[in-house]
Design a protein around this ligand. Structure first.
Ligand SMILES: Nc1ncnc2c1ncn2[C@@H]1O[C@H](COP(=O)(O)OP(=O)(O)OP(=O)(O)O)[C@@H](O)[C@H]1O
Ligand SMILES: [Mg+2]
Length: 345
């Protein structure tokens, strides 16, 4: 190791997700993985950052009037510009050695469906957070690279990234996107569906955090064979008398609650299959479909997709890290991927 490697900064890759933000540093791998949440202290109309990431997520849904916890990203893109910038700055500072002289080059992945305005917002945030250059790469390409798919081959590869905000379905061949569609359905919609179901069917009010815990503990995309499945005790507020209440939910109820978002994900995959050129469709029949993103971990989602499409479905190793790993690898293969990394729009 030369002395120079200590003073020059390392380039970074960021997966700026609706639910989680991951930072990859060249030569080190993923060095940060925290929820995309910023908490502010509000005093005399002025806002001061109180916590970011893990600490801020603990405050979501539990804040007194003087504290505001915000999720800067919605549907995969920046919904609150100021808090997104605060968050990116905070995370970059956390992983970037202050002793370095030069600013890092940073590649960030963006949803396929992001508009030029949304892309500019992301690039500006990264530049003002201290990047020398900011490159953007489409999330489905990053997901496929991270899942280890041979995307530069002349064959069709289908990747389905189910994140917190969006589900991106893409067919890739020769290192680029042949077809892609971004549907605004993902983990957040599933959480909302659980909240609505419990309110309507069980007169129970629960917050996002509880809904997410139910989903990750017993959530399933298919009716359990015994019509009931596992059960879980949950707490919330009784709508009728306003007092805290504890009750049991089972997997059949949660499968019913999740039926709509699950169907929307299946529909997005079906639509992609119908639009794919026939030769590439044949490749996908051979190779199957790869699932990435946290939503890929929903119980039996792979089975449900297999039943509806007739294709073989795989879940990537560590689906929550795929996009960050793929964006990181893009730093190393910049030459080969120059047609998909966008540095200036
Ligand atoms: N075991 C699980 N079952 C179901 N969902 C899960 C599980 N684990 C995590 N999730 C969900 O995955 C989502 C987060 O996934 P991920 O980190 O890939 O999203 P993101 O990249 O932040 O979002 P996006 O790509 O849409 O911007 C959350 O909604 C989370 O609740
Ligand atoms: Mg994502």
């Amino acid at each position: 190791m030369s002395i120079l490697s200590g003073i020059f900064s390392s380039d970074m890759a960021i997966d700026l997700g609706t639910a989680n933000t991951l930072v990859y540093v060249r030569g080190k791998g993923i060095v940060l993985n925290e929820p995309s949440v910023v908490a502010y202290q509000v005093k005399d109309g002025r806002k001061m950052v109180l916590a970011v990431g893990d600490d801020a997520k603990l405050m979501l849904g539990r804040t007194p009037g003087s504290i505001e916890a915000i999720r800067p990203m919605r549907d995969g893109v920046i919904a609150d510009f100021d808090s997104a910038e605060e968050m990116i700055k905070h995370f970059i500072r956390k992983v970037h050695r202050r002793t370095t002289l030069s600013k890092p080059k940073i590649i960030v992945c963006v949803p396929y469906g992001a508009t030029p305005v949304e892309k500019r917002a992301i690039r500006q945030s990264v530049l003002s957070a201290g990047a020398r250059r900011a490159g953007l790469i489409p999330e489905p390409i990053a997901a496929a690279i991270g899942a280890g798919m041979p995307i530069t081959d002349p064959t069709g590869n289908m990747v389905v990234d189910i994140g917190g905000g969006t589900t991106e379905v893409a067919v890739l061949s020769l290192g680029d996107i042949v077809y892609a569609r971004s549907a605004r359905v993902g983990g957040d919609r599933m959480d909302e569906a659980i909240i609505n179901y419990l309110r309507r069917q069980m007169n129970l009010l629960v917050g996002e955090t509880t809904a997410e815990r139910i989903k990750t503990t017993i959530g399933t995309a298919r009716m359990p064979d015994d019509g009931r499945g596992q059960t879980m005790l949950i707490r919330g507020r009784d709508i009728l008398n306003g007092v805290p209440k504890e009750l049991e939910v089972n997997q059949a109820q949660i499968a019913e609650a999740l039926a709509e978002p699950v169907q929307q994900i299946c529909d997005a995959v079906m639509q992609a299959l119908e639009t794919t050129p026939p030769d590439l469709s044949a490749d996908i029949v051979d190779r199957g479909v790869m699932l990435t993103g946290g939503g890929a971990l929903l119980g039996e989602l792979d089975l449900s997709l297999r039943e509806q499409t007739g294709l073989s479905i795989s879940i990537a190793n560590d689906p929550l890290s795929c996009v960050a790993l793929g964006t990181g690898k893009a730093l190393d293969f910049e030459k080969e991927l120059r047609h998909v990394i966008d540095y200036d729009s």
